[in-house]
Design a protein around this ligand. Structure first.
Ligand SMILES: [Cu+2]
Length: 190
């Protein structure tokens, strides 16, 4: 048996297999090279970046304290004039159900899921991110026109998924700041 092994390695079949394998290695390297070029193009030219940081949070304790406790949800004006919106997605609703933000301001959405994966999408914009339990999804935006945007959950999250949606209301910055004088956290929930 051991004397036959070298002959097997040198058989026409083995040589063919080696050639086919080398061809596939070349194809695979080319495919990887194409992916690297596409990722580099998206990152450098179109400025599409993956999240720059990973912020974790315990999804089972969101309601008990910390940033995502119910009284801290909604939008708030930061000392530098920017606005932060904090929200929670859970089966099958968003809290707050109506989020209000001003025009012409840097808006940061900070959203967490309390149970399963949900989607955070603002219609009419390119804002679309996943809410993965255990992580804080943070995304920045700016709106130049007042108006309402629907926010349907776009990740299937269970039997009530199609009824899970919220609304974003963009209002004039002056009007927003006037409202913010009396309330530290704003929503448009009626
Ligand atoms: Cu959902």
């Amino acid at each position: 048996m051991s004397e036959e092994t070298p002959a097997l390695h040198d058989s026409p079949g083995a040589r063919l297999a080696a050639r086919v394998e080398r061809r596939w290695v070349t194809v695979v390297i080319l495919v990887i090279a194409v992916f690297v070029v596409v990722a580099a193009f998206a990152g450098i030219h179109q400025a599409t970046m993956p999240q720059t940081r990973v912020e974790t949070i315990n999804p089972t304790r969101l309601h008990l304290g910390g940033e995502f406790v119910e009284t801290n949800l909604g939008s708030a004006v930061e000392p530098n004039g920017a606005v932060t919106v904090r929200a929670v997605g859970q089966q099958y609703s968003f809290t707050p159900q109506c989020m209000v933000v001003p025009t012409d301001s840097l808006i940061t959405f900070r959203v967490a899921s309390a149970d399963v994966i949900h989607g955070f999408l603002i219609e009419g914009t390119n804002i679309n991110t996943m809410l993965v339990p255990g992580y804080v999804s943070s995304i920045e935006a700016r709106f130049d026109k007042p108006g309402d945007h629907l926010m349907p959950c776009q990740e299937f999250c269970g039997v009530g998924h199609e009824g899970m949606w919220a609304k974003l209301r963009v209002i004039d910055r002056v009007e927003y700041l006037k409202m913010a004088e009396t309330k530290p956290r704003l929503t448009c929930v009626e």
